[in-house]
Design a binder for this molecule. Structure first.
Ligand SMILES: Cc1cc2nc3c(=O)[nH]c(=O)nc-3n(C[C@H](O)[C@H](O)[C@H](O)COP(=O)(O)O)c2cc1C
Length: 215
């Protein structure tokens, strides 16, 4: 499959078939992840593929209260999301049925091996994630190439201590995301809906348009 097509069609998958994801398929997906760029090539990312029913149910039970709070925030207008109605319906189903997804990948990171360069700026650090999320995106794209659907979530990171205890994650390892993975019930779209390029790409100075990009 053409890489650009994989990028453009990799929708957040919230409905999965029960079909087993074979070990060798999972191995190819994780293999792609490790080629991602990362600071100093210290490779801080670790993955745990969770397929056990009981464990997935525990993760679902930990996720649900945060999801309900999040949707309450959307209802009250405190949290802003686009495409609300379709997204919420699908995401509610996803939350309630998280334990039925074939694989939940718990993405972990060894924070000693990331090098944030913005943590002294008096605002939320974002650079720490730069050695972690490229590997996650590689994983999502490799899964797409295998015909697998994925959904990247981070709400469960609120419950990091409980997730660490549940999965035996060592003290010095943190959780960075939870990715659901399995064969999708629905076809992939041709192209995802995103804001126009002209709203996020500039030339020379912030806000100045780059020629060749239509508004
Ligand atoms: C950091 C992050 C956290 C997310 N958390 C959730 C989540 O908790 N539940 C969910 O259903 N989708 C979650 N998503 C998926 C987004 O809702 C989705 O990427 C966005 O709505 C765009 O949808 P699309 O990629 O299907 O077009 C998350 C995505 C990201 C990048």
């Amino acid at each position: 499959m053409n890489l650009l097509k994989a990028i453009q069609s990799n929708i957040t998958c919230r409905y999965y078939k029960d079909d087993l994801v074979q070990d060798e398929v999972l191995a190819r997906v994780f293999d792609a992840a490790r080629y991602a760029p990362n600071g100093g090539n210290r490779q801080p990312v670790r993955f745990i593929a969770v397929r056990n029913e009981v464990t997935k149910k525990t993760l679902r039970d930990l996720y649900l209260p945060y999801w309900r709070d999040y949707t309450k925030g959307i209802d009250l207008g405190e949290i802003k999301v686009n495409s609300v109605r379709r997204m919420l319906e699908d995401a509610n189903y996803f939350a309630d049925n998280l334990h039925t997804v074939p694989v939940i990948v718990v993405v972990c990171a060894k924070l000693q091996d990331v090098h944030p360069t913005d943590h002294e700026l008096g605002r939320l650090s974002i650079v720490g994630g730069a050695s972690v999320y490229p590997a996650v995106q590689n994983m999502l794209l490799a899964a797409r190439m295998e015909g697998l659907g994925t959904a990247l979530t981070t709400l469960l990171c609120h419950e990091e201590p409980k997730v660490k205890e549940l999965l035996g994650i060592p003290e010095d390892i943190s959780t960075a995301a939870h990715v659901t993975l399995g064969y999708p019930q629905k076809d992939f779209p041709k192209k995802l809906v995103r804001r126009p390029l002209s709203e996020s790409v500039f030339s020379e100075r912030y806000g100045d348009s780059l020629s060749g990009i239509e508004s």
